[in-house]
Design a protein. Sequence first.
Length: 116
Amino acid sequence: QVQLVESGGGLVQPGGSLRLSCAASGFTFSTYTMSWYRQALGKERELVATITGGSSIRNYADSVKGRFTISRDNAKNSVYLQMNSLQPEDTAVYYCHVRRLYSDYWGQGTQVTVSS
């Protein structure tokens, strides 16, 4: 059974940093592209970043390019999102995602709040 468990969210001041983690289980982690999405209150869920199984390709939403970095550790079945220079508009629930066998799997989400 696929499980994704996010952690690392919290309250941070504008300009600050956070590192999100997602622990995955129930599938062969190293062979799947992993993604981070976010959903702000009253808005649709949006793709933030993706990383292929071997980390050779990473893509980012324009809104986070140069500030966020996605990475993974296949030995630990984990994917990370380093978020720097956070702004109030980054406030959202952040979700880990994998698409496997034509099904989408999501974690429970972790809240990131950027406020002074």
